[in-house]
Design a protein. Structure first.
Length: 146
């Protein structure tokens, strides 16, 4: 009986492995810009949900809810009063920068859902700059690309 071993040589295996690594690298590089878009979308979706939650909390519990952005710590907090645990405390990506515009980095939702201050905050991401505008009356807000 002949002992016939069929298989690949080391050179053939290295060629296939090299091709696989090159294709994997190209795929990973092409997905990086998409990650930035996903990160931005996730941030704005979460921020809007948290702001709606704070507004609804203020209305349903008949208490003022303070919203405070702390850019140096990359977080925002929503709370009733100092000394009490926050209703929402959320950290966000270090690729996102929030600065004052015509609105300071804090405002309150009043017991009826209105805000005590109005104006715009500037939100900078790696890809774009945005304005988050809080309107006078009814506490409405929206985000637009700058």
């Amino acid at each position: 009986m002949r002992n016939s071993q069929k298989g690949f040589t080391l050179a053939e295996s290295l060629v296939v492995l090299s091709i696989f690594m090159i294709l994997s690298l190209v795929t990973a590089i092409s997905l990086k810009p998409e990650q930035i878009v996903i990160e931005d979308t996730a941030f704005f979706t979460q921020l809007k949900a948290d702001l709606y939650y704070a507004q609804n909390y203020a209305i349903s519990h008949q208490h003022e809810v303070s919203v405070v952005f702390t850019p140096s710590e990359y977080k925002y907090t929503m709370f009733l009063r100092n000394g009490l645990p926050p209703i929402v405390e959320r950290k966000y990506s270090t690729n996102i920068y929030i600065t004052e515009g015509t609105l300071p980095l804090y405002f309150k939702f009043l017991h009826d859902g209105n805000v005590n201050k109005f104006g715009s905050l500037v939100i900078q991401t790696q890809k774009n700059d945005y304005l988050m505008t809080v309107l006078i009356g009814k506490g409405r807000f929206y985000v637009t690309e700058k």
